[in-house]
Design a protein around this ligand. Structure first.
Ligand SMILES: Cc1cc2nc3c(=O)[nH]c(=O)nc-3n(C[C@H](O)[C@H](O)[C@H](O)COP(=O)(O)OP(=O)(O)OC[C@H]3O[C@@H](n4cnc5c(N)ncnc54)[C@H](O)[C@@H]3O)c2cc1C
Length: 498
C-alpha cells in the first residue's frame, strides 16, 4: 500500500516536495494555514492590482535550472517568463548612474570594469568558483550529510575540481576582496553588501565566499533571473495542479498545531481546521515540515531532542522584512525602467537595517496591473525583535516607515499623490500572521561560514520520519533554493523507504 505523507505548509518548498512525492506514488496530504498557497512567494489582489507578497524574481527556469528540471519531472509546462536584463540596477548613495547587472556576460564584464577598476581578478575568481559549484550542485549532493546514505551520495558527487574549492570554503567575500587587492574599494564593498544582503542575509564581511559566487554569478547567461508572466502565484498553482493530478490533497486554512512523536519517531500531526475550529489527528509514515527551523520547537513541544533544541536556539539572529506595495499610474515610472532596482541611502531614518530598498516594478501587460498602471513593491530588511516590543506604537511606527519609504522612492519615481492609486505596507507582524513564520522572520538561517553548506541545517531532522524543507536548509532561500532542498529531501525519503 502507498505510504502516507503529511506536508505542513504550502510554500514553494512544501509544494515541490509534495508534488514530487505524489508523482512517485505517495499519498500526500498538504495542510496550509493561509487561505492560499505560496507563502512568501504568493500574491494578493487590491483594486485591480496583483501584488507579489515577497519573492518577485525567479532563478532556475533556464534549461538545467532547478525549476525547469522539476517541472520536467512533473511533466508540467514551464511558467511563461522573461529574463530580467539587467537583473538589477543598483544605485549607490548620491549616484544617478546605476550599476547595471547585465545578463550578457561581456556586457556585465564591461560594466563592472567601468565601475570597479582593478577588480577583474576578484570577479574572475567568483566565476571560476561558480562554474565548479554549479556542476557540483547538478550532481545532486546531499548537504549536510547526516547518515551513511547522505555521505555516500555526497561522496559520489565529488570530483577533483570540487576539491579545488575546499580552501575557499573557509573564506568570506571580504577575505577574497582583500586577497585580490580590492579590500579598500568602498564602492565595490557597498555594491556587494547590498546584493549579498538580498541573497544571504548578511554582508560581504560575513557571507561565505562559495555561496556568494553562486549568488553573484547566477544572473548571467546561460542562467539568469526571470520575471514571471501573470504573477508569482503561477509557480504555486502549477505545483498544486501537479500534486492534485497525482492524487495529492490540499487543505488550506488548516493549521498544524503539533507534531506527535512516539518512541522517538514522528507519527502524526494535530491539525486545526481554522474555518470550523475543529481539531483532527492525522497519522502519517512521514511528516515534512515546510516551516522555518525556528518554528519547530513550538510544533514539537517536549518531544524535541535537547541537542537539536540547543542547535536551533544558537542560530544567528534572523532578519525580517518591511514591504510597501504601491499601485501607481504609468506616469510614476521613468521610461525604460528595469524590473528590479536597488537603492542605498546616506540619509538616516527608519528604513530598516541597512538603509536600502529593493524595488520591483511590474512590466506593461505582465498581468499585475491594468493597462496604464503598474505595481511598485519596495522592501527593506528590519529587526524582528524591534517589531515585537510590547510597548511599540505599532500603527505610528508602521506609518513612519511607510512615509520614509515613500519619500525615498519619490527621489526616483514620480510619486505625487494623484499618481498613487493604492498604498499598503507589511511589517514582520504581517508576515507572521500570513505565513506563520515565527516573529515574521524571512530568508532562512543566513549564509555565513558557520551556517552554509556543510555547516547548515539538514533536511533530515534528528527525529526519524520528520523532515525539514524550505529556506532554513541547504542551499537556502529563494524559490530555486528551496526547490533544491525539496529535491534532496525526496531523494533521502525514497532511499529511506527502499
Ligand atoms: C520581501 C521578500 C522578497 C523576496 N524576494 C525574493 C525573490 O525575488 N526571489 C526569490 O527567489 N526569493 C525571494 N524571497 C525569498 C522567498 O520568497 C523564500 O525564500 C521562499 O518563498 C520560501 O519558501 P518556503 O517554502 O521555504 O517557505 P514559505 O514561503 O514561508 O512557506 C511556508 C508555508 O507554510 C505555511 N505554514 C507555516 N506553518 C504552518 C503550520 N503550522 N500549519 C500549516 N501551514 C503552515 C505558511 O503559511 C506558508 O504558506 C523573498 C522573500 C521576501 C520575504
Amino acid at each position: 500500500m502507498a505510504k502516507q505523507v503529511v506536508v505542513i505548509g504550502g510554500g514553494i518548498g512544501g509544494l515541490t516536495t509534495a508534488a514530487l512525492l505524489a508523482r512517485r506514488g505517495y499519498r500526500v496530504q498538504l495542510f496550509e494555514q493561509a487561505a492560499q498557497l505560496g507563502g512568501c512567494a504568493s500574491t494578493f489582489q487590491r483594486r485591480g492590482f496583483t501584488f507579489d507578497v515577497g519573492a518577485t524574481q525567479v532563478a532556475g527556469l533556464e534549461p538545467g535550472g532547478i525549476h525547469a528540471e522539476i517541472f520536467a519531472e512533473l511533466e508540467m509546462p514551464l511558467p511563461a517568463a522573461t529574463p530580467c536584463d539587467p537583473a538589477c540596477a543598483v544605485y549607490l548613495p548620491q549616484e544617478t548612474t546605476p550599476i547595471n547587472v547585465w545578463r550578457d556576460r561581456d556586457r556585465w564584464q564591461r560594466e563592472r570594469q567601468r565601475h570597479f577598476p582593478r577588480s577583474e581578478r576578484f570577479w574572475q575568481g567568483l566565476e571560476y568558483l561558480f562554474a565548479i559549484s554549479w556542476r557540483f550542485q547538478q550532481r545532486q549532493p546531499i548537504l549536510p550529510p547526516r547518515n551513511g546514505f547522505d555521505l555516500w551520495q555526497l561522496v559520489q558527487t565529488l570530483r577533483p575540481d570540487t576539491l579545488l574549492t575546499v580552501p575557499f570554503s573557509l573564506m568570506t567575500v571580504t577575505d577574497w576582496m582583500n586577497f585580490c587587492g580590492v579590500g579598500g574599494d568602498r564602492r565595490l564593498r557597498q555594491f556587494l553588501d547590498l546584493q549579498l544582503k538580498l541573497y544571504s542575509q548578511v554582508d560581504a564581511s560575513e557571507t561565505a565566499l562559495l555561496y556568494a559566487a553562486t549568488a553573484l554569478c547566477l544572473s548571467q547567461d546561460p542562467h539568469g533571473l526571470y520575471h514571471l508572466h501573470g504573477s508569482m502565484q503561477v509557480l504555486s498553482d502549477l505545483l498544486a495542479n501537479a500534486l492534485q493530478r497525482d492524487g495529492g490533497q490540499i487543505y488550506t486554512r488548516h493549521l498544524v498545531r503539533h507534531i506527535e512523536v512516539e518512541r522517538g519517531r514522528a507519527v502524526a500531526v494535530q491539525v486545526e481546521n481554522l474555518k470550523t475550529k475543529t481539531l483532527q489527528r492525522v497519522a502519517a509514515d512521514h511528516i515534512v515540515a515546510n516551516v522555518p527551523a525556528q518554528n519547530l520547537p513550538q510544533l514539537l513541544g517536549d518531544a524535541i531532542p535537547p541537542g537539536y533544541a540547543r542547535r536551533l536556539k544558537a542560530l544567528p539572529p534572523a532578519s525580517a522584512a518591511f514591504v510597501i506595495y504601491l499601485g501607481v499610474k504609468e506616469a510614476a515610472i521613468p521610461e525604460a525602467c528595469p524590473p528590479h532596482l536597488q537603492f542605498l541611502y546616506d540619509a538616516q531614518g527608519p528604513i530598516g537595517e541597512n538603509n536600502s530598498l529593493f524595488v520591483s516594478v511590474s512590466q506593461p501587460a505582465d498581468g499585475r496591473a491594468p493597462s496604464g498602471y503598474r505595481t511598485l513593491i519596495a522592501s527593506s530588511f528590519t529587526e524582528p525583535n524591534f517589531w515585537r516590543q510590547p510597548d511599540l506604537d505599532y500603527a505610528a511606527t508602521k506609518a513612519q516607515y511607510t512615509q520614509t519609504a515613500l519619500d525615498r522612492l519619490g527621489e526616483f519615481f514620480d510619486l505625487q499623490p494623484e499618481h498613487i492609486v493604492h498604498c499598503e505596507a507589511a511589517t514582520p507582524r504581517t508576515f507572521w500572521r500570513y505565513t506563520a513564520r515565527i516573529d515574521g522572520i524571512v530568508g532562512g538561517i543566513s549564509q555565513r561560514l558557520s551556517t552554509f553548506g556543510p555547516f547548515g541545517l539538514a533536511t533530515r531532522t534528528p527525529i526519524p520520519h520528520l523532515w525539514l524543507v524550505g529556506d532554513s536548509v541547504h542551499p537556502g532561500e529563494g524559490t530555486a533554493g528551496v526547490s533544491y532542498g525539496a529535491r534532496a529531501l525526496v531523494q533521502q525519503l525514497l532511499a529511506n523507504d527502499a
